[in-house]
Design a binder for this molecule. Structure first.
Ligand code: C5P
Length: 205
């Protein structure tokens, strides 16, 4: 069984994907980490994120520790969003994601194009979203908890810019697959969103 969870930044898709993986006893892949790893390589190597060639060369995970907190930084997230527009980068990361999805017993993958490109055959697809303001409020609180001095307005601007890039790119843009269930978490607690996600997946099995 493959469960695809797509959606914009800070929509709750990661939390929901992890909860679904626990619930069904499936392995989980946060595909955003792959794009972030490419961004982190560029940062460390001093590569130019405006060069598709440099970004493809940075698709190398040998030196990446996927538990490295730097992967979660806003700088690396911004770089990930910039290099994710390149079709050669997406092609390079595609097979790694599809191999993960093909595991015996299945998997939960979360990202932007899982239900549309990576695993269109997935048994259950969720498109998790929330208003930009609700997402900015969550991301801002998360950053403040981490001790970062950031303004809500800057976080909102960043979220809007990332949405625009993710939805506007020509290769594998962020969009709801025709057969995906929509889950708007704007006014939901995490627990309520997880329960709703499980109910939507159950209805597809
Ligand atoms: O989900 P996360 O915020 O970690 O993803 C970082 C960036 O990587 C996103 O803004 C998006 O541009 C890109 N990404 C993507 N396709 C995916 C996962 C992430 O383009 N499947």
């Amino acid at each position: 069984m493959i469960i695809a969870v797509d959606g914009p930044a800070a929509s709750g898709k990661g939390t929901i994907a992890r909860a679904l993986a626990r619930h069904y006893g499936l392995p989980h892949l946060d595909t955003g980490l792959l794009y972030r790893a490419v961004g982190l390589n560029l940062l460390r190597w001093g590569g130019d994120p405006d060069s598709e060639f440099a970004a493809v060369r940075a698709c190398d995970f040998a030196q990446i520790d996927f538990d490295d907190p730097e992967l979660k930084s806003e700088t690396v997230g911004g770089l990930a969003s910039r290099i994710s527009v390149y079709s050669l980068v997406r092609e390079t990361l595609l097979s790694r994601q599809q191999e993960f999805a093909r595991q015996t017993g299945g998997a939960v993958l979360d990202g932007r194009d899982i239900g549309t490109v990576i695993a269109p055959e997935a048994e259950a697809k969720l498109f998790v979203t929330a208003s930009p303001e609700a997402r900015a409020t969550r991301r801002h609180a998360e950053l403040v908890r981490m001790g970062k001095a950031v303004h809500y307005d800057d976080v909102l601007l960043d979220i809007r810019a990332r949405d625009e890039r993710d939805m506007g790119r020509s290769t594998a843009p962020l969009l709801q697959a025709a057969d995906a269930d929509l889950l708007d978490t704007s006014d939901m607690t995490i627990d309520a969103a997880v329960q709703r996600a499980i109910a939507l997946v159950e209805a597809r099995l």
